[in-house]
Design a protein around this ligand. Structure first.
Ligand code: 4AD
Ligand code: MG
Length: 431
């Protein structure tokens, strides 16, 4: 008999099938046992009735411990009470390997314990749902950019330069040279945009930040599009269409996962482009009105500030035109003001904070040279980057979307640590 996956059960109603899986949970009485089974593709209930299977199989089923691997055979039936819609009426159970004293039980465990057991915790219903949503966001990302004529480019991980400032670099040796793990692929993506027009990357990035907030990881994955001949305003339009596509794709393709996470769908359903835009100046004014006396023009926003701004909207909101002094060297100055740059951060609703940072890029050679100097960057390391504005420079813009923060927001999980399969956190490199 062919082994099918739980996900494929819908195509086999009324048939006898075999499923390979693990026991997630069970309950039983003297006559009937309910096995909650998982196989990676999904979760389903298997029903074992003593009068149907006989004493021996029934006792085997009743004795199966949590996370024991097994093959079950049975008939697929429609089950309207479960949101999955099907269950398995089991007629045979074969244990593959017994799991004894599985550490994560249905009782409540503390976060540190669960993080120590991340390699096992991934099997749980909630973590399974979050990983499926992460996967859908990645799938929808490739779909969106390929639909819109972008080419996928892979920037290097080992680099000699630091696009986002020098304070949180992960340093390493590159034989005799000093090197860093990539903070952002942006500068390389700019080179690629001059070769291929519209490009996007998707890869790991590293920040040795001493932050342990619900929004910070040491290693996180970023999607970085870069677009030749695209100015700031058009870049914002692409960003809002992209984020809309991500949310709508998850709504459409992950209904069971969103339900398992108890996600409030009404909050996601209304996420549609266009998103509101407010200027940094307006944001400061708004915060003062809200009683935030601690912040003044020129300061960067902290999490409480971003949350207060987000709470005022039920859409993600762009904050545009930040002061030049708190943004990286490569951002294009505002055409009418010398104190702000053409950039935007996209703040997600519900307190998830900044999910995108982006800007138009400088393409004037002399200005770029001057900015590299002003930021005390090693001019030799940036020589190749400077040449991009020397040979046929054009207006261009780009942005970076943090995958884990986006997954946290769309899934509705509190902390980014649950959105990475094996999160690297301050003080955590295990497992
Ligand atoms: O705002 P950031 O630092 O922007 C850049 O790196 C640009 N070079 C991107 C570009 O224009 N190509 O980071 C972009 C996004 C943030 O908005 C956030 O979503 C995420 O990356 N991010 C983090 N996510 C988790 N943990 C951290 N420590 C993060 N730092 C940034
Ligand atoms: Mg940023």
């Amino acid at each position: 008999m062919k082994t099918i996956t739980i996900k494929e059960m819908a195509d086999h109603v009324g048939e006898e099938v075999r499923i390979g899986g693990w026991l997630a949970n069970k309950r039983s009485s003297g006559k009937i046992a309910f096995l909650q089974l998982r196989d990676g593709s999904g979760f389903v209930q298997g029903v074992v009735v003593k009068d149907v299977v006989g004493e021996e199989i029934f006792q085997t089923a009743r004795g199966i411990t949590q996370e024991t691997s097994l093959y079950v055979t049975g008939e697929v039936v429609v089950d309207e009470r479960s949101s999955f819609g099907y269950e398995l009426q089991i007629n045979d159970v074969k244990v593959i390997k017994e799991a004894v004293d599985y550490p994560i039980t249905p009782k409540n465990h503390g976060t540190e314990f669960l993080m120590d057991n991340r390699h096992l915790w991934l099997r749980s219903r909630k973590q399974h749902a979050v990983m499926k949503i992460r996967n859908e966001i990645i799938r929808a990302t490739y779909e969106f950019f390929h639909m819109n004529g972008f080419t996928k480019i892979d920037p290097p991980i080992l680099t000699g330069s630091s696009p986002e400032g020098t304070s949180d670099l992960f340093e390493t040796k590159y034989f005799d040279e000093d090197a860093y793990l990539s903070q952002s692929g942006q500068l390389y993506m700019e080179a690629a945009a001059m070769a291929l027009g519209k490009v996007f990357s998707f890869g790991p990035t590293f920040r040795a930040e001493k932050s342990s907030t619900r929004r910070h990881l040491i290693e996180f994955w970023m999607i970085e599009p870069e677009m030749a001949f695209v100015e700031h305003e058009e870049s914002l339009e692409i960003q809002e269409q992209y984020v809309t596509h991500l949310v709508q794709s998850v709504l459409q393709n992950c209904p069971l996962e969103l339900e398992r996470l108890d996600r409030d769908l009404s909050k996601l359903e209304k996420i549609k482009a266009p998103f509101p835009r407010i200027s940094y100046d307006e944001a400061i004014e708004f915060l003062h009105e809200q009683g935030f006396d601690d912040i003044k023009w020129g300061d960067d926003f902290g999490a409480p500030h971003e949350t207060a701004i987000a709470e005022h909207h039920d859409m993600p909101v762009f904050i545009v035109n930040y002061p030049i002094g708190i943004k990286p060297f490569y951002m294009q100055p505002h055409p009418e003001r010398d104190d702000v740059v053409l950039c935007a951060d996209l703040i997600a609703p519900e307190g998830y904070g900044e999910v995108i940072g982006g800007s138009e890029r400088i393409y004037d050679y002399e200005l770029m040279k001057q900015r590299i100097k002003e930021h005390n960057l090693d001019e030799d390391a940036y020589e190749w980057y400077l040449e991009l504005s020397k040979y046929g420079a054009v207006p261009h813009s780009g942005f970076g979307l943090g995958l884990e923060r986006t997954v946290a927001w769309i899934s509705g999980v509190e902390h980014v640590r649950e959105t990475s399969p094996f999160p690297r956190l301050l003080n955590r490199l295990y497992p």
